[in-house]
Design a protein around this ligand. Structure first.
Ligand SMILES: [Zn+2]
Length: 107
């Protein structure tokens, strides 16, 4: 699997639609490719973050991403980066909610 195929498969990985050899090829590539791993983290956090916001439930993105990536080995550097991305996205999501609230109030 190359970068293009891997990044195309990210939404399906997030929806748990990858199986068997395709899933294995995806995981193998993500494990060895920083760029695709970062893309996966971002897409995963955005997708999960938005669905959590819609459902108004508590954030446990760190736990759920770690659970999903647990098959990829235990590289702490990767986890740290994923956590950093998560905090940034969480902040953006919160700011977006505040901005929308302000817009509604001032209308
Ligand atoms: Zn790649």
């Amino acid at each position: 699997m190359d970068c293009k195929e891997t990044q195309k498969a990210i939404p399906r990985f997030i929806r748990d639609e990858l199986e068997g050899r395709e899933l294995q090829a995806f995981l193998n590539h993500v494990e060895s490719c920083e760029e695709c791993k970062e893309e996966l983290s971002i897409q995963y956090l955005v997708t999960e973050g938005m669905s959590h916001l819609e459902k108004d439930s508590t954030f446990d993105l760190q736990g759920s991403l770690e659970a999903k990536l647990s098959g990829l080995g235990k590289k702490s550097k990767v986890r740290e980066r994923a956590i950093t991305v998560m905090y940034v996205l969480e902040t953006i999501a919160i700011l977006a909610v505040i901005a929308m609230t302000v817009l509604v109030i001032t209308k």
